[in-house]
Design a protein around this ligand. Structure first.
Ligand code: MG
Ligand code: ZN
Length: 231
């Protein structure tokens, strides 16, 4: 029987808001919107756009950004309990985030081990914030993802894993294509419907928890997957 492994997005999934957007709105000069538009219209890659956005910020803003984010980031309901349950069931749980370590780690402190978090690295050694990309695209991805979720999934998983993806947005679509089952909301939900990917809808981690408990046996998911006729 296949072994379940859970890969979970961060911004907009674990947290209710997109933290990069919030940081830029609060701290960056207005040029950042041009970069955001460039990313959305795919004129520049996420890696280029996000890297350049952070270069608009000075390194001495680090503490202010960190406290701003920690003060009012809202974590989606039921997340901690969900992680505890998954841990108890011995199911590997990974966070795959396009965010930066200096705010992702503190938000997930005491909930998810750092070893299980894949995100970008912000460095504050120069005048402006520099982003390093320890999980950039492998040779099979040319999208300039920055933090490349499909590449991480290829690295983390094996043939006999049953990959469960949890996400919300455009950066999760490629990962969802690699997953056996995707829990989706918002933009990702529409994409899963359009692409015919095997998926379930969720709103909070309480929903997810209920679905995990309810289904329990991964075997049932596999049957559902086969019935859905996934190629
Ligand atoms: Mg997201
Ligand atoms: Zn990539």
């Amino acid at each position: 029987m296949k072994k379940p492994i859970v890969c979970c997005d961060f911004d907009g999934t674990i947290t209710k808001n997109d933290n990069i957007i919030r940081i830029m709105k609060q701290f960056a000069p207005s040029e950042w919107t041009k970069l955001k538009d460039g990313v959305l219209s795919k004129e520049i890659t996420i890696q280029e756009g996000v890297g350049q956005m952070f270069q608009l910020l000075t390194s001495d803003q680090k503490d202010a950004i960190q406290s701003f984010i920690l003060e009012d980031t809202e974590i989606r309901e039921g997340f901690k309990q969900f992680v505890d349950e998954v841990k108890k069931a011995d199911i590997p749980f990974y966070v795959l985030s396009g965010g930066m370590d200096f705010f992702v780690y503190p938000i997930l402190e005491d909930i998810v081990d750092r070893d299980n978090i894949y995100c970008n690295h912000a460095s504050f050694g120069e005048d402006h914030i520099q982003i390093e990309w320890p999980h950039a695209c492998d040779t099979q991805c040319q999208n300039g993802c920055g933090c490349c979720k499909p590449s991480i999934i290829r690295k983390l998983t094996h043939e006999d894993d049953f990959i469960i993806m949890i996400g919300d947005s455009v950066t999760d679509v490629e990962a969802a294509k690699h997953a056996d089952l995707t829990f989706a909301r918002d933009y990702l939900l529409n994409e899963c419907q359009e692409l015919g990917l095997v998926h379930k809808e969720y709103d909070t981690f309480i929903d997810l928890h209920a679905q995990f408990v309810q289904i329990k046996e991964v075997k049932e998911w596999q049957t559902q997957r086969a019935n859905a006729g996934r190629s």
